[in-house]
Design a protein around this ligand. Structure first.
Ligand SMILES: O=P(O)(O)OC[C@H]1O[C@H](OP(=O)(O)OP(=O)(O)O)[C@H](O)[C@@H]1O
Ligand SMILES: O=c1[nH]c(=O)c2nc[nH]c2[nH]1
Length: 194
């Protein structure tokens, strides 16, 4: 998606350790107009699919998923929580995920009330790197008996293996920008051709 690639080039900062910092518009300060364009693009890419619900994971996926939902008939957005809470009651689907930016494992929890067997779900997130967050959400979806219709990612880092694993597994993965290389020394970023 041209607008997203241009914004990454303009405001993204390449950090050592395969980190692309896009907190000026994606995952700290949020450009809601850009989110809206992203939602419209996913709606085009997943047109014709039955999407009953969007599932994401806290924290950075939430805003993007909520804006995207406006383009999928205002379907509910469920986000997996990364901590137990007294506010989480009843039966839960639980797994564990290694967090890329926090560099430790977190529980990933969704109340059983919000994933119902037979529902068709779209997974949305801001980044795809090694695929740990998506693997965790997919595991919960399988446990719940819901159908994963597709996976919408804002920025895939194509030089890490999450995307390849998901495509090999047969998922309909639509990443709006795929970074093929980035250089922390020069700041140069190359994108995969659509
Ligand atoms: O493909 P992966 O290797 O799993 O990396 C992608 C995940 O990493 C980030 O989550 P993180 O927990 O680092 O940060 P967040 O809490 O800001 O969402 C991002 O939001 C994705 O969920
Ligand atoms: O801000 C971020 N930059 C990244 O490179 C990344 N990879 C996974 N999650 C990420 N979040």
């Amino acid at each position: 998606m041209k607008e997203l690639e241009e914004r990454i080039r303009r405001d993204g900062i390449v950090k050592p350790g395969n980190v692309l910092k896009v907190d000026a518009f994606l995952n700290h300060q949020c450009d809601v107009k850009l989110f809206d364009q992203m939602g419209r693009e996913w709606a085009r890419l997943f047109a014709g699919k039955q999407i009953d619900k969007i599932l994401t994971i806290e924290a950075s996926g939430i805003g993007i998923a909520c804006v995207a939902a406006r383009h999928f008939g205002d379907v509910p957005v469920v986000f997996a929580k990364k901590a137990q809470s007294i506010n989480l009651d009843g039966d839960q689907y639980v797994t564990k995920v290694y967090s890329f930016t926090k560099q430790r494992e977190f529980p990933v929890i969704v109340s059983k009330r919000f994933l119902n067997p037979g529902e068709h779900v779209l997974l949305i997130d801001d980044f795809l790197a090694n695929g740990k967050a998506m693997e965790g959400l997919i595991e919960l979806c399988h446990e719940a008996g819901v159908v994963v219709e597709g996976i919408g990612i804002a920025i895939e880092k194509g030089f890490q293996d999450g995307g390849a694993k998901l495509r090999e597994a047969g998922y309909d993965l639509q990443s709006l920008a795929i970074v093929d290389s980035m250089d922390p020394e020069t700041g140069a970023i190359t994108f995969r051709e659509a």
